[in-house]
Design a protein around this ligand. Structure first.
Ligand code: HDD
Length: 704
C-alpha cells in the first residue's frame, strides 16, 4: 500500500524537480516530472491545471463538467467536523510511557507490571469552555488526556489538571457546561467563566464550591502545558490475578514543576499570542526539549477508603497526599509533534471506557455517566462507528479483532465467511475468527450491589465545604490573595446582585476571612451564611495542594526576552544568552526592527523578534541591553515602556545595563531583589529569574 502518511506535494517541493512551464493563458505552472509527485484527484486522475477552472471560453462561465473543481471545492466545504462540545481547543503530542515500578501485587495489567517496557502514547491538552478557535490562556481547567497504546488494548486516562470536579453526578454535566459556555441569547462571552449564568449555577450547586477554589487559583492560568499537573480525577480500581481490588487515583507531575501566569499577564498574552500554549508545546518538542511527567498512584484498600471521613466515589473530594502518599511508578515523555493537526489532534477520540484488563472503573456517578458520553459524542463528531480505525485511535499495541462489520467508512476488508460467534467454520478448515478469552480478557470487579433502585444522592456526598476549606487554608498567603482576587474579578463581571450574594453566602461556609475579603473586594455587604447540607469540618492542611514552593525554583524550560538596541555591548549580550541557555532556558533577542541592531563594535546582530510583536508577557524574565542613544529612542516608544512596566508588574526578574536606567525609571520600575545590573555579572539575575518576585506584589497591586 502506498505510504499515505506524506502527500508528495507537501513533503517534497514540486519546484525542486519540476520545471516551471507557461500555461496557455500565460500563467505559471509548476509541472511534475515524476508520477510520484504528480497532483491527482482523490481518485487518482492526474490533474493538468490546478490554477484555472474549466470554462466556456476564456471569459465565459464555469462548466458543471469540471469534476476537478467540483471535487476540490466539495472536499473543502466539508473539511470541518463538529468541534468537541467541551475541550474543543486542544494541542496534542506523541511520546512514550515507561514503567519504573511494578504494581503486580495490585494489578494484572501489563502496562502496570512490565517494568522498563515503553508504551507509545498520544496526549491531548485542552481548555474546557472555549471553542476550537479560542485563545489558550483563559482562566479555565486544562484537560490532560492520555491514550496509552497498551499491549492489551488502548487505555485512555482522560483527566484534568485539577484533581476534583464541579459536580457529583453526570446528570448535571449538560447544565454545568451550558452555564459556562456563551450565554444562550447573546452568544458571549467566549472562553470565560466570569458571567452571570456560570456563577448562577455555581451558587445554586454548592457541590461545585471545592472545584471553584481550584479554578479561581493560579492553577487555572498555567504558564505552560509542560508545567501542569494531571489527575485521573475519578476513583478507579486495580484488579490483580486473584481478582482482588484496590482503589486507585492517578497523578501526573511535571518535571519542570508547576508555574502559573499572573492574571493580568494571562489576559495580555491572549492578545499577544492567542496560541501561546500550543506554540510553546510545539516549539519545545521541535527543539528537543521534551516535556516529561512522573506518573504516580494513590492506592487504597476498601478498608482504608471506608475509614476516610468522605466518600472516595465523590469526585468533588481530594484524597490529600499527606493521608495517602503518591507512589511514583513511571514517567511519560512527549517527544514528537503530530504530523497533521486535524488527522491526529482533532480526530483523536478519548474514551474512559478504554481500559485494559487489570484496571476497572468505580461506581463514582460522574464516571458512570462518562462511560456513556464519550463513545456517544464520537459518533456525532467523527460520524461513524468505525472511528476506532482512524490511525490515531487504532489499538496499535495489539490487534483488534471481533465480528463487528460494515458501517460508514469501513476501511477493513475482512475476509472469510465468519462474521458471527460462535461458529464452527474452523472445523472445516475455514477461518473461524477470534474467540473470547475468559482468563486474559477484561473482567469487571464483582461489586456487591443489592440496593433498591433510586434516584438519590448518597448522604456520604452531602458535605460540600470541608474540602473547599481544606484547599483554601492549605494555600500560601500569596495564593490565598490570588484566589480571593480572582473571585472578586469574576463576581465583578456578574451583573445580577442576587447571584453574587448567593455565592458570598456559600463562601462563608468555606472560610469567613475569604468571604469577607471577597465582599470587601466587591464593596458589598456580606449576606448571612447559607445552610450547608452537612456541617463542614476542619481538616489538616495539605501543603501538596499549593503551587508556590512545591517545586524547586528553576529557569529550565522557560524563556528570557532580551531587548537590544543599536550600540549595545555585544559581550554583555553574548554572556546573557549563554548563561540563560546554560540554565536550560531559551533566549530570544528582541529589537526595535527585526533585521537587528548594530552593536557597539560595529557588528550586526540579528533579532529573533520585533519589539511590537514581543511584549514581555511572552517571557519569564527580561533583560535590557541598550546603549545611551538606543535608550533615548526607546523612551519615545510605548511598546518599550510597556515591556518594562509589564515585566515589573508581572513580578519578573529584570536584568539591565546601566544605560537602560532611564527607561526603567519611566516604566516605574523600583529597584528590588528582582532587578539586577547584568553589566558586572549574571548570578543575581539568574537566581531571580528562576521564580517570580512575590515580595514585589504588595507594592504594585491591591489584592483582595
Ligand atoms: Fe469530559 C471531553 C475530562 C467529566 C463528557 N473530558 C473531555 C476531555 C477531557 C475530559 C480531558 C477532552 C478529551 C480530548 O482531548 O479529546 N471530563 C473530563 C474529566 C471529567 C469529565 C476529568 C470529570 C472527572 N465529561 C465529564 C462528564 C461528561 C463528559 C461528567 C458527560 C456526562 N467530555 C465529555 C464529552 C467529551 C469530553 C462530551 C467532549 C469531546 C469528547 O468527549 O471526546 O463526551
Amino acid at each position: 500500500m502506498a505510504d499515505r502518511k506524506t502527500s508528495p506535494t507537501t513533503k517534497k517541493s514540486a519546484t525542486k524537480k519540476g520545471a516551471s512551464i507557461i500555461g496557455t493563458g500565460g500563467e505559471v505552472h509548476q509541472a511534475s516530472s515524476t508520477a510520484e509527485e504528480r497532483l491527482t484527484t482523490n481518485h487518482g486522475v492526474p490533474v493538468s491545471d490546478n490554477q484555472n477552472s474549466l470554462r466556456g471560453g476564456r471569459r465565459g462561465p464555469t462548466l458543471l463538467e469540471d469534476f476537478v473543481l467540483r471535487e476540490k471545492i466539495q472536499h473543502f466545504d466539508h473539511e470541518r467536523i463538529p468541534e468537541r462540545i467541551v475541550h474543543a481547543r486542544g494541542s496534542g503530542a506523541h511520546g512514550y510511557f515507561e514503567l519504573t515500578d511494578s504494581l503486580a501485587k495490585f494489578s494484572r495489567a501489563r502496562i502496570l507490571t512490565e517494568v522498563g517496557a515503553r508504551t507509545e502514547v498520544f496526549v491531548r491538552f485542552s481548555t474546557v469552555a472555549g471553542g476550537a478557535g479560542s485563545v489558550d490562556t483563559p482562566r479555565d481547567v486544562r484537560g490532560f488526556a492520555v491514550k496509552f497504546y497498551s499491549k492489551e488494548g488502548n487505555w485512555d486516562l482522560v483527566g484534568n489538571n485539577i484533581p476534583v470536579f464541579f459536580i457529583q453526578d453526570a446528570i448535571k454535566f449538560p447544565d454545568l457546561i451550558h452555564s459556562v459556555k456563551m450565554e444562550a441569547d447573546r452568544g458571549y462571552p467566549q472562553a470565560a467563566s466570569a458571567h452571570d449564568t456560570f456563577w448562577d449555577f455555581v451558587g445554586l450547586m454548592p457541590e461545585s464550591t471545592h472545584m471553584i477554589m481550584w479554578v479561581m487559583s493560579d492553577r487555572a492560568i498555567p504558564r505552560s502545558l509542560r508545567m501542569i499537573e494531571g489527575f485521573g480525577v475519578n476513583t478507579f480500581r486495580l484488579l490483580n490475578d486473584k481478582g482482588e481490588a484496590t482503589f486507585v487515583k492517578f497523578h501526573w507531575r511535571p518535571k519542570l514543576g508547576t508555574q502559573s501566569t499572573c492574571w493580568d499577564e494571562a489576559v495580555k498574552i491572549a492578545g499577544a499570542d492567542p496560541d501561546y500554549h500550543r506554540r510553546d508545546l510545539y516549539d519545545a518538542i521541535a527543539a528537543g526539549n521534551f516535556p516529561e511527567w512522573e506518573f504516580g498512584v494513590q492506592l487504597l484498600s476498601q478498608k482504608q477508603a471506608d475509614a476516610l471521613p468522605f466518600d472516595i466515589l465523590d469526585a468533588t473530594k481530594v484524597i490529600p497526599e499527606e493521608l495517602v502518599p503518591i507512589r511514583v511508578i513511571g514517567r511519560m515523555v512527549l517527544d514528537r509533534n503530530p504530523d497533521n493537526f486535524f488527522a491526529e489532534t482533532e480526530q483523536v477520540a478519548f474514551l474512559p471506557t478504554n481500559i485494559p484488563p487489570g484496571i476497572d472503573v468505580s461506581e463514582d456517578p460522574l464516571l458512570q455517566g462518562r462511560l456513556f458520553s464519550y463513545q456517544d459524542t464520537q459518533l456525532s463528531r467523527l460520524g461513524t462507528v468505525n472511528f476506532h480505525q482512524i490511525p490515531v485511535n487504532r489499538a496499535k499495541g495489539c490487534p483488534f479483532q471481533n465480528f463487528q462489520r460494515d458501517g460508514h467508512m469501513q476501511t477493513e476488508a475482512f475476509s472469510g465467511r465468519a462474521n458471527y460467534e460462535p461458529n464452527s467454520l474452523a472445523d472445516t478448515g475455514e477461518a473461524g475468527g477470534p474467540r473470547e478469552d475468559p482468563k486474559g480478557g477484561f473482567r469487571s470487579f464483582a461489586v456487591p450491589l443489592g440496593d433498591t433502585k433510586v434516584r438519590l444522592r448518597s448522604e456520604t456526598f452531602a458535605d460540600h465545604y470541608s474540602h473547599a476549606r481544606l484547599f483554601y487554608r492549605s494555600q500560601t498567603e500569596i495564593e490565598q490573595a490570588h484566589l480571593a482576587s480572582a473571585i472578586v474579578f469574576e463576581l465583578s463581571k456578574v451583573a445580577l446582585d442576587h447571584i453574587r450574594a448567593r455565592v458570598l453566602a456559600n463562601l462563608r461556609n468555606v472560610d469567613e476571612t475569604l468571604a469577607s475579603r471577597v465582599a470587601a473586594g466587591l464593596s458589598v455587604e456580606l449576606p448571612s451564611a447559607s445552610s450547608p447540607a452537612a456541617e463542614p469540618r476542619d481538616m489538616d492542611a495539605s501543603p501538596a495542594l499549593r503551587i508556590v514552593g512545591k517545586y524547586p525554583d528553576t529557569l529550565a524550560g522557560r524563556a528570557v526576552g532580551i531587548l537590544v538596541t543599536d550600540g549595545a555591548d555585544g559581550a554583555v549580550v553574548a554572556k546573557t544568552v549563554s548563561s540563560v541557555e546554560a540554565a536550560g532556558a531559551t533566549a530570544k533577542l528582541i529589537a526595535p526592527k527585526v533585521g537587528g541592531v548594530t552593536l557597539k563594535n560595529g557588528k550586526l546582530l540579528k533579532a529573533d523578534m520585533q519589539l511590537a510583536g514581543a511584549p514581555s508577557v511572552l517571557f519569564d524574565a527580561v533583560a535590557l541591553i541598550v546603549s545611551k542613544d538606543g535608550c533615548e529612542q526607546l523612551l519615545k516608544e510605548a511598546a518599550a515602556v510597556d515591556f518594562c512596566r509589564d515585566a515589573f508588574g508581572h513580578l519578573k526578574a529584570m536584568g539591565h545595563t546601566p544605560e537602560g536606567q532611564p527607561l526603567l525609571d519611566k516604566a516605574g520600575v523600583v529597584p528590588d531583589a528582582g532587578v539586577a545590573d547584568i553589566s558586572k555579572g549574571h548570578d543575581a539575575f539568574l537566581k531571580a529569574a528562576s521564580t517570580r518576585q512575590w515580595a514585589r506584589e504588595p507594592t504594585i497591586r491591591n489584592l483582595a
